[in-house]
Design a protein around this ligand. Sequence first.
Ligand SMILES: *[C@@H]1O[C@H](CO)[C@@H](O)[C@H](O)[C@H]1NC(C)=O
Ligand SMILES: *[C@@H]1O[C@H](CO)[C@@H](O)[C@H](O)[C@H]1NC(C)=O
Ligand SMILES: *[C@@H]1O[C@H](CO)[C@@H](O)[C@H](O)[C@H]1NC(C)=O
Ligand SMILES: *[C@@H]1O[C@H](CO)[C@@H](O)[C@H](O)[C@H]1NC(C)=O
Ligand SMILES: *[C@@H]1O[C@H](CO)[C@@H](O)[C@H](O)[C@H]1NC(C)=O
Length: 303
Amino acid sequence: MQYRLLGLCAAALGAFAPLVAAQECDRASIQAFADDYVAAHETGSLSNLQNISEDFTYVENNKTAEITTSILSKALAIAHRHTIVDTVDCASYSELIVTHDAAGAPAPYVIGTQIRHTPEDLSVYLIDLTVSTTGSWLFNSTRTLEYASKENWSLIDEDKRDTREALRQAADAYLDMWNNKSAIDAVPWGTPCVRLEGSVYTGSGLPTDSCKVGIPTNNNQAPNSHRRYVTDVTYGSISVLCIFEHLANAPDSHEFRMENGKLRYIHTITLANSGFFAAELPQPQPAPPARYRIRGDSSARQG
Ligand SMILES: *[C@@H]1O[C@H](CO)[C@@H](O)[C@H](O)[C@H]1NC(C)=O
Ligand SMILES: *[C@@H]1O[C@H](CO)[C@@H](O)[C@H](O)[C@H]1NC(C)=O
Ligand SMILES: *[C@@H]1O[C@H](CO)[C@@H](O)[C@H](O)[C@H]1NC(C)=O
Ligand SMILES: *[C@@H]1O[C@H](CO)[C@@H](O)[C@H](O)[C@H]1NC(C)=O
Ligand SMILES: *[C@@H]1O[C@H](CO)[C@@H](O)[C@H](O)[C@H]1NC(C)=O
C-alpha cells in the first residue's frame, strides 16, 4: 500500500516537475567542502578532502593536472578568503590571497577556485583553479590584499537581491565588450564601482569611482571564451573563469559583485604572458606597461 501511494505521489509530482524549481543543493555541505579545501591549502595536505568523485578532475590554469603535486601540496598562510556558494549548480567559488607560506617565507599567490559537486551525492568532480603569482598580470598580492580587505562584500538583504539572470547578464555583457561594442551599454555600470585588476585599483574611495576606466575601445578582438560560472544571489556575486583569447589565450578569473542592480566591485586574476608559464614561453616578458584595457586593445601588445 505504502509503495503504491508513494508511486502515485511520485507520478503526480512528476507531472508538475517542469513547474516547480529544481531541488537546491545543500549550501552548508558545499560551504563545508570549501572550508576543507582552504584548510588543505593551509596544511599542504589533502587528507581531509572527503567525498571526492570517482571521476574527479583537477584543473590549474586551464590544464588538467595532478592534485597531489599541485599548489595544494604547499602549506600557505591564507591572508584573505572569500567564498560564494551556488545552490542551483552545486558549486562554490573561493578567492584566496596569499603573501606568505605557513612558515612565514614569501609565497605570493592570488587564487580563484571553482569547485563543482555532483547534485545527487554532492561528491566533488572538479576543482578548477586560476592561480596567479609573480609575473602574472599586474601581480602584487600584498597590494591586492590591501585593496580587497577594505571592500564590503557582505550578505545582501533578502529584499534587495538581484536575480541569477541579472548577475549572469551583467557578467556576460562585461566579458563581451572585447568583441561586441553594443555590450558596453548592456553592462549595468554602478557608481561607485571599482575594479581590482591584479593589484591595480580603479577606484580611490570616492562616490564617483567608475569601473569604466580602461574598458576596451577596440571591440573587435577575439572573445573571452570557455566561460564557467558560479552564482550566489545572497552575496550578489558571480564568478566566471574563462579564456582571454585576445591575450594569448590567458586563463582568467572575473568575479562581479552587484548591489541594487548595478556593478559595485570587479576582481580579476589573469595569467597573461609575463613569465609564469616560463616553460611554455619563448622568454619571460616584461611586466605589462599599463592596465590591459587602458588603450582597449590587449591584442596589440601580444602581437
Ligand atoms: C560526505 O558525504 C556524506 C554522505 O553523503 C555526508 O554525510 C558528509 O557530510 C559529506 N562530507 C562532506 C565533507 O561533504
Ligand atoms: C582550455 O581552454 C580551452 C578553450 O580555450 C578548452 O577547450 C579546453 O578544454 C580547456 N582545458 C581544460 C582542461 O579545461
Ligand atoms: C607590492 O606592493 C606593496 C604594497 O603596496 C609594496 O610595498 C611593494 O613594494 C610591491 N612590490 C613590488 C615588487 O612592486
Ligand atoms: C557592508 O554593507 C552592508 C550593506 O550592504 C551594511 O549593512 C554594512 O554595515 C556594511 N559593513 C561595513 C563594515 O561597512
Ligand atoms: C552584442 O551585445 C548586445 C548587448 O548585450 C546583444 O544584444 C547582441 O546580441 C550582441 N551581439 C552579438 C553578435 O553577440
